[in-house]
Design a protein around this ligand. Structure first.
Ligand SMILES: [Zn+2]
Length: 312
């Protein structure tokens, strides 16, 4: 079983807890989660026990953000903080050190058994061989790990194990919630597999390279990426290259993102009638809560299926 492997993590947590067991007097566990899709998974595991706080709002990029005073207070009061990695939430290590030095923080990227990919290495390479971890020495890991459904399952069990270690009296609820979420994720995977089974393997362009986790999971072609990572804006030669491909008619779809740079999409699209759709890695505009993860992923799968199939 997947969750058995978290036992060493739990042992470490228990040791940390016996050192600093400063639970709030009302017995409620104060949990903070950095971004909406991960918050959804934590909220699902905590259902019926409590509600985790979401740290960042829709106007804040997870990659570059400054906290408002109310958000800083959330971190100051947190006992548990779930986040991904400095390669996603860049300011988090400094914020945790200054605002939540005694909180237990769970950085998901520390789990070596998650599926993970590297950021694309060169701007213009659209081949399939250079982005798996291990091949790209010295390149940054691609942090969008939650977009892989098997990763999401593993994260759910990890969340349940962590919560149970900190709050053993609700361990039963956490385990049964995790089992329900796991089943929903398996079901979603089955539905999506059928949706992708007959998808056309056309070329497409994505705003930034978050969706490799979907492309790989469902054996889609590798998307052509406008911005290969969060900190490197695309060069004009690269934009022109993509614009040429679109003008030549070899690209069937361009995906924008709610937080993305829309003007880049407009330049790449040029005067062509290439189809456009929206992908969203963080659930912008969706109400935070346990269903967000599922709603967001279903919308992403539908966008892929429709835009590549050309039904609109
Ligand atoms: Zn991103």
């Amino acid at each position: 079983m997947i969750h058995k492997r978290f036992i060493p993590l739990c042992a470490a947590l228990l040791m940390a807890l016996t050192a600093a067991s400063a639970r709030a007097s009302d017995g409620r566990l104060d949990v903070v989660v950095s971004i909406k899709p991960i918050h959804a998974l934590v909220a699902g595991v905590m259902q019926g026990v409590g509600t985790p706080h979401l740290l960042l709002n829709d106007q804040q990029s997870p990659h570059h953000f400054a906290l408002k005073p109310s958000q800083a207070r959330l971190l100051q009061q947190a006992e548990l903080v779930f986040w991904v990695d400095p390669s996603l939430e860049t300011p988090m290590p400094a914020l945790l050190a200054s605002l939540a030095p005694h909180a237990i923080d769970i950085r998901f990227m520390a789990d070596q058994d998650l599926v993970r990919y590297q950021n694309k290495i060169s701007d213009d390479s659209d081949d399939d061989h250079d982005d798996h971890e291990g091949n790209g020495r010295g390149h940054m890991v691609n942090p969008h790990i939650w977009l892989d459904l098997e990763n999401a399952r593993r994260m759910v069990w990890s969340i349940a194990a962590t919560l149970s270690a900190v709050d053993p009296q609700h361990a039963g609820a956490y385990a049964s919630n995790a089992a329900k979420l796991d089943k929903r994720l398996v079901d979603l995977h089955e539905v999506a597999k059928r949706q992708f089974a007959s998808i056309q393997r056309n070329k497409f362009i994505v705003q930034h390279d978050a969706f490799i986790y979907v492309e790989r999971q469902f054996k889609l072609p590798r998307g052509l990426v406008i911005a290969r990572d969060h900190d490197t804006p695309p060069g004009t030669a690269h934009i022109q290259h993509l614009r040429d491909l679109v003008a030549a008619g070899v690209v069937s779809c361009i995906f924008n993102e709610p937080q993305g740079a829309g003007h880049q999409i407009d330049i790449v699209a040029g005067a062509s009638f290439v189809r456009r759709a929206t992908l969203d890695a963080v659930g912008v505009g969706l109400p935070a809560g346990p269903d967000l993860y599922f709603d967001m992923m279903r919308a992403n799968y539908a966008a892929f299926a429709e835009c590549l199939a050309g039904t609109h």
